[in-house]
Design a protein around this ligand. Structure first.
Ligand SMILES: Cc1cc2nc3c(=O)[nH]c(=O)nc-3n(C[C@H](O)[C@H](O)[C@H](O)COP(=O)(O)OP(=O)(O)OC[C@H]3O[C@@H](n4cnc5c(N)ncnc54)[C@H](O)[C@@H]3O)c2cc1C
Length: 474
């Protein structure tokens, strides 16, 4: 099963940390509290030396080590192996204290693994610099975001990992490795999407760029209800703008017909260069992470799938039709009309869809890697982000949404050359990973060198990447 459902009730009772005589425990939660695990403890090193000493000491007993950023994902990348599941201890590691930062004349910036985007971006701006692309939020830790391929939108904009030109990492034995674009360019392509299992990133060298300013425009347009015509139009809109988020078409539950009605108004949010300096960039400063113990209203099931932009009209239509055809399965969960139940201010569309664009790259496990594209392909990817949003935070419904999300790759994956976002409800197994990531076996060889005793893995990573040598751990 995808998340640790059975242990959730007990989790809340034990709350975050217990430290007492002979008792050490730490319960880890992701941002929306639907992914959780019991670690032996949470370790926050004071500095790099402290971390190295800790990792060296833990290597002899093969302790499980899970480096985390801010848990701002929908998937199991940060799920620790439960303390009781093996005979090993299991630690969550946060590098939040590694906060050094140095800016150089060539716009490179060297900084520690503790920087979150919300702090890093204003700091770079004070130096007249920016990163080339950002996602829709800045809640993430830089390493957590970049090493999972976090992206924004733009046909000439790549994901964050591409601007990491150097990495300083710690392997599971406590040895430091330095990987750079200059000295080891091919290796860097392997390490950029490291997913926490190619070592602990203690320092990044970022190729920043001079600060530019963008104007954001939001425009409402109407598209045809017929899904074939609708997605032809969406593909045409995508061709027209360089940097665009296409929000919609959404699906709204109709309490009278018990069906999902297409919402055919789209919001086009696009960014263009400007010399006006009042707006900082096209990203939100929103903080989506709730305070501990508070269930955030954004509780949802979400995936994001990337595929060659040339497939947008067909893939978009197929996904939308499939989502709409699930109404019968959703009926049992729609017994109370939230408007009549006094929830008016909280109601959103039941299924929301966002389309974005990302320029492809050569990073081995990047969801927009160009390694298996047809010869005449543009090398640009479209992404479809689907969110199923309950009116009330309801775990039964959340598990149902996860099962539903699970069906899209088996149904459409091979047809449209789809690659899932690494940190958004990804369910594919190793056989599918090997078709979309042609270099995965070489990547697994590196993984074994960096982590010979399976200390960085969890069940999800073992299964989705095919780390067979670690299977006996579970
Ligand atoms: C509301 C919301 C909006 C989002 N919007 C976008 C978007 O617009 N675009 C997009 O592409 N994604 C988006 N995401 C996904 C998000 O960017 C990724 O899930 C990202 O990985 C989260 O960063 P984090 O710092 O919380 O990392 P975590 O989830 O904590 O960790 C992610 C991975 O990084 C590894 N890691 C963290 N630190 C280190 C380290 N020092 N060394 C080695 N490995 C490490 C972890 O082990 C894990 O494998 C969104 C997610 C949410 C919840």
């Amino acid at each position: 099963m995808f998340f640790s459902k059975s242990s959730f009730g007990a989790a809340f009772l034990s709350l975050l940390s217990l430290h007492g005589a002979g008792v050490t425990a730490h319960r880890w939660f992701n941002w929306q509290f639907d992914i959780t695990c019991d670690a032996t403890a949470f370790f926050v090193p004071d500095n790099e030396t402290d971390l190295i000493d800790f990792v060296k000491a833990q290597h002899t007993s093969k302790t499980l080590l899970k480096p985390v950023g801010n848990g701002h994902g929908f998937g199991n990348l940060t799920t620790c192996v439960s303390d009781e599941a093996t005979d090993r201890d299991s630690y969550i590691l946060s590098l939040t204290n590694l906060k050094h930062l140095e800016v150089f004349d060539n716009h490179t910036v060297v900084f520690g693994g503790g920087w979150d985007l919300i702090d890093l971006i204003p700091d770079l701006q004070e130096h007249g610099l920016q990163v080339a692309n950002l996602g829709s939020e800045m809640v993430q830790n830089y390493v957590g975001a970049a090493t999972t391929g976090t992206h924004g939108t733009g046909k000439q904009h790549q994901n964050l990992s591409n601007k990491m030109i150097g990495l300083r990492l710690l392997d599971a034995t406590g040895k430091i490795h330095v990987i750079t674009e200059e000295a080891t360019p091919e290796l860097l392509k392997a390490f950029r999407i490291g997913l926490g299992v190619l070592g602990i990133v203690v320092e990044v060298t970022l190729q920043a760029e001079p600060l530019t300013f963008l104007k954001r425009t939001t425009k409402i347009v109407e598209v045809p209800e017929d899904s074939t015509e609708m997605y032809k139009e969406i593909a045409r809109i995508g061709q027209k703008y360089e940097q665009i988020n296409i929000i919609g078409p959404n699906l709204k539950w109709n309490y009278t017909t018990q069906q999902l009605d297409p919402q055919t108004q789209l919001s086009l949010v696009y960014c263009e260069e400007t010399d006006y300096k009042g707006a900082k960039n096209c990203s939100n400063y929103a903080i989506a992470t709730p305070p501990s113990g508070i269930l955030y209203r954004g509780f949802m099931g979400q995936f994001e799938h990337f595929f060659p932009m040339e497939n947008l009209a067909e893939a978009g239509k197929d996904y939308f039709n499939y989502a709409q055809s699930q109404a019968d399965r959703m009926k049992p969960y729609h017994t109370v009309d939230p408007v009549e139940d006094g929830m008016k201010g909280y109601v959103s569309d039941d299924v929301t869809v966002i389309t974005r664009f990302v320029k492809g790259d050569d990073n081995w496990l990047s969801p927009v890697n160009k390694q298996n594209l047809p010869v005449n392909s543009s090398g640009i990817f479209a992404t479809l982000e689907y969110s199923w949003i309950p009116s009330y935070n309801n775990y039964t419904l959340q598990w149902f949404y996860q099962d539903l999300v699970n069906e899209f790759i088996p149904t459409f994956g091979e047809k449209h050359n789809v690659r899932p976002h690494w940190n958004k409800m990804l369910f594919n197994k190793e056989t599918y990973a090997s078709t979309i990531y042609p270099k995965i076996n070489s990547w697994l060889d590196i993984q074994e060198k960096m982590d010979p005793d399976c200390q960085f893995v969890n069940n999800f990573l073992v299964e989705s990447l095919g780390i067979d040598r670690c299977k006996s751990l579970f």
